[in-house]
Design a protein around this ligand. Structure first.
Ligand code: FAD
Length: 483
């Protein structure tokens, strides 16, 4: 008899959630993890960045307190304490995941797993990286001999992703850091160049700019956050520029050299040379499949190494499933978790499949960004006749009381049925407000239904309803479009 009904490899938001669901469905579950549980999200991504961004937000709010009639003298921050607070939150949450796994009777096996067949892995002692002595994270190969072999009826691969190396000269110089490496910075750099203006790069840029770094952000595409609606990307660019961040879009970093500082050569529309104390590479992730033995189990990967799966998360090999970043579908924690829930249900014999229609995404810059569904460009490319509705935060009473009037909501709806196809928000609490948009798309709601839903006043949440009024040609708190 195999050791487990299900073995999960990797304990990030995909793997640990899958393990818990499978155990609750009555399966005997093992989970192999080579680091702390929680994966990138809890240790190197979502949570630590948001903890530090919250410190930055508090600093910014107190700095502007006089606008609210509140006076605080000598406002300053201590970056060491910012980092300590972040570490404390990460520890609490990762300990919490370990407790939840134990409470659900999931057997956690520490170590690096490598397939020996589709349904068995050998587990190596983790922690001996020849590349990154600080930990096993980038270990190209497990060093020790296998400590045990584990077998299961089914296996879920949930090994996530790691930063990709940027293929430009100087990318390996001291002072050039990935997002993971940025957590090792013990001080705020005077001059920071961020390569890549998507969510990860933009968040780091926002954080360090608030703490006083002179930040330049270089983005290859025409707008920041290029996966977002172009109006939102442009608005973020303008907002960053107003805050003193130098935004170089349609530009690429071609080389980095060591002079007195780091000399960064930028090509493209804003070609120039910049000096920096730290260069933060915020672009590129690669699947974390090093020494996983995919080839031994015969599991297919695409040219970039991501593992293709069907809507029930099955790989090319029977009894082997894959979830999360390693599938390359959408590199977001909540997508990993939902894929995990689906895979666990399927393995436990419950009918389930994943539906990617309504995936919200949030970027925790100042101002925040969040979206769900189609951008205007994608909706037009798909041949939809559209209604586009916008409503500004500046016209919302609650936003005024917060002193947070920057930004807008943009709703994309079909012309004929007025069904909501996309919601795009830049502004205060966008990451919370987007849930209404996700629900609207999941339930195939129309502008009429959004408009008819009574929203509490005064709240930021009213913005979706107000935008729907505008989309119906009946705006209440902004002037009507002239015919
Ligand atoms: P991971 O979280 O990568 O976990 C994989 C786990 O597998 C790791 O713990 C790893 O140690 C383990 N592992 C790998 N190989 C083996 C092996 N052979 N044997 C044993 N264990 C192994 N997403 C959001 O939704 N919201 C955010 O705000 C957000 N912010 C982010 C900020 C940053 C800076 C970064 C880098 C990412 C952010 N993300 C965010 C993305 C999010 O972190 C990932 O999408 C998510 O962690 C993916 O989950 P996963 O379970 O697929 O893999």
């Amino acid at each position: 008899m195999p050791d487990f009904d299900l073995l999960v490899v990797g304990g990030g938001p995909g793997g640990y959630v899958a393990a818990i669901r499978a155990a609750q469905r009555g399966l005997r579950v093992g989970l192999v993890e080579k680091e702390r549980p929680g994966g990138v999200c809890l240790n190197w991504g979502c949570i630590p960045t948001k903890a530090m961004l919250r410190s930055a937000e508090i600093f910014q709010t107190i700095t502007a307190a006089a606008d609210f009639g509140v006076y605080a003298d000598n406002v300053r921050y201590d970056f060491a304490v910012v980092r300590q607070r972040k570490d404390g939150i990460v520890k609490e949450l990762t300990d919490g995941v370990a407790s939840l796994l134990a409470a659900n009777d999931v057997t956690v096996i520490e170590g690096h797993a490598r397939f020996t067949s589709p349904t068995s892995v050998e587990v190596f002692e983790a922690g001996h990286s020849p590349i990154f002595p600080g930990g096993p994270r980038y270990a190209a190969a497990p060093t020790a001999t296998a400590t045990r072999t584990v077998t299961a009826n089914d296996v879920i691969i949930a090994t996530g992703s790691v930063p990709a190396q940027l293929p430009i000269p100087g990318a390996d110089l001291p002072g050039v850091v990935t997002s993971d490496g940025a957590f090792g910075l013990i001080g705020v750099p005077d001059r920071l160049v961020v390569i890549g203006g998507s969510a990860v790069g933009a968040e780091w840029a926002s954080l360090f700019a608030t703490f006083g770094s002179q930040v330049t952000i270089v983005e290859m595409q025409d707008t920041l956050v290029p996966l977002e609606d172009a109006d939102v990307g442009s608005a973020l660019g303008r907002s960053f520029t107003k805050r003193g961040i130098t935004v170089l879009t349609s530009s690429t970093v071609e080389a980095i050299a060591r002079t007195d500082a780091l000399r960064v050569t930028v090509g493209g529309k804003h070609a120039r040379q910049l000096d920096a104390d730290v260069v933060l590479v915020g672009v590129g992730r690669r699947p974390n499949t090093a020494e996983l033995g995919l080839e031994i189990a015969g599991i297919e990967a695409d040219v970039r190494g991501f593992i293709p799966v069907d809507e029930q998360l099955r790989t090319s090999v029977e009894h082997v499933y894959a979830i999360g970043d390693v599938t390359g579908r959408a590199l977001l924690a909540h997508v990993a978790s939902h894929q995990g829930l689906t895979a666990a249900d399927v393995i436990a014999g419950h009918p389930a499949h994943i539906d990617y229609t309504a995936i919200p995404a949030a970027t925790f810059t100042h101002p925040e960004i969040a979206s769900v569904g189609l951008t205007e460009a994608k909706a037009r490319a798909a041949g939809h006749d559209l209604i586009t509705a916008r409503f500004p935060f500046a016209a919302l009473g609650r936003a005024k009381t917060f002193g947070e009037t920057e930004g807008f909501v943009k709703i994309i709806a079909g012309q004929r049925y007025r069904e909501v196809l996309g919601v795009h928000i830049i502004g205060s609490s966008a990451s919370d407000l987007i849930t209404e948009g996700a629900l609207a798309i999941a339930l195939e709601a129309t502008l009429d239904e959004l408009a008819d839903t009574i929203h509490a006043h005064p709240t930021l949440g009213e913005i979706g309803m107000e935008a729907a009024f505008a989309g119906l040609g009946l705006p209440v708190h902004i002037p009507p479009r002239k015919r």
